[in-house]
Design a protein around this ligand. Structure first.
Ligand code: TIU
Length: 225
């Protein structure tokens, strides 16, 4: 493959054409707090095994992006240790006894620098891959993601990670309004709720691709090969 090639991926609602040089892999919040037992996700009452099936397909896609020396970015949801960027509404939402900033089994929950806040070892970022620390669900809100993408000439995104209807969907909507094309491989995004996984993907590709495209990682890997 040459970086100037235009690649076509089988997708819905129609094929996704992309220029690898201008297309980044954006991996959302594959953090221990969401994917491992004892973290924030499980604390909210969720079954983390629903998310763990996304690890292997993400590893394959990440390996392909690295092999082709294309842009990879990672995000993490979390807050400053002094919690000055944590909205009080987010802190108290859910009326849980334990909430963001409190001690948990993997350090303080969703606090930057804690073990639980970091990315799972299976998908750990390389030093050359920007990590975007975000206080919200969307990766563009209160971060320098848009500037980093613009500086690299990125106009298209393959968006993966967790969870489908929360941080992945919010980020895709933010990206769409900023002019980016987004493709979502369904096997590389996960939700704690099967019905939200299904509808979260439907909502992206409905109405002629109102927010973007949906495909499967095997289609992206086949197109890249
Ligand atoms: N709870 C839930 O589904 N998700 C989050 O809180 N954050 C992300 O989606 N990353």
């Amino acid at each position: 493959m040459h970086n100037t090639d235009i690649i076509s991926v089988n997708a819905e609602p129609y094929s996704f054409e992309f220029s690898p040089k201008h297309c980044a892999l954006l991996i959302i919040d594959m953090q221990r707090d969401f994917l491992e037992p004892g973290g924030f996700g499980e604390m909210l009452g969720n079954d983390v095994s629903q998310l763990r099936r996304t690890i292997e397909p993400n590893q394959k896609l990440l390996a392909a992006w690295r092999t082709q020396q294309l842009t990879v970015l990672h995000t993490r949801e979390g807050h400053r240790p002094d919690l000055s960027d944590l909205p009080p509404a987010k802190k108290i939402r859910g009326r849980s006894k334990t909430s963001i900033g409190d001690p948990g089994p993997m350090g303080r929950i969703l606090v930057r620098g804690e073990i639980g806040h970091d990315i799972i070892p299976e998908l750990y970022p390389l030093k050359t891959e920007p990590v975007i620390d975000k206080p919200g669900k969307g990766a563009f809100f209160a971060t320098d993601l848009h500037a980093i993408l613009q500086n690299r000439g990125i106009t298209q995104l393959i968006v993966t990670g967790v969870t489908t209807e929360v941080c992945v969907n919010t980020t895709i909507r933010e990206a769409n309004d900023r002019g980016y094309d987004c493709l979502v491989p369904s096997d590389c995004v996960g939700s704690y709720f099967p019905e939200f996984q299904k509808m979260g993907l439907e909502m992206i590709k409905a109405q002629g691709g109102i927010f973007g495209w949906v495909s499967h990682s095997r289609e992206i890997l086949a197109a890249l090969a």
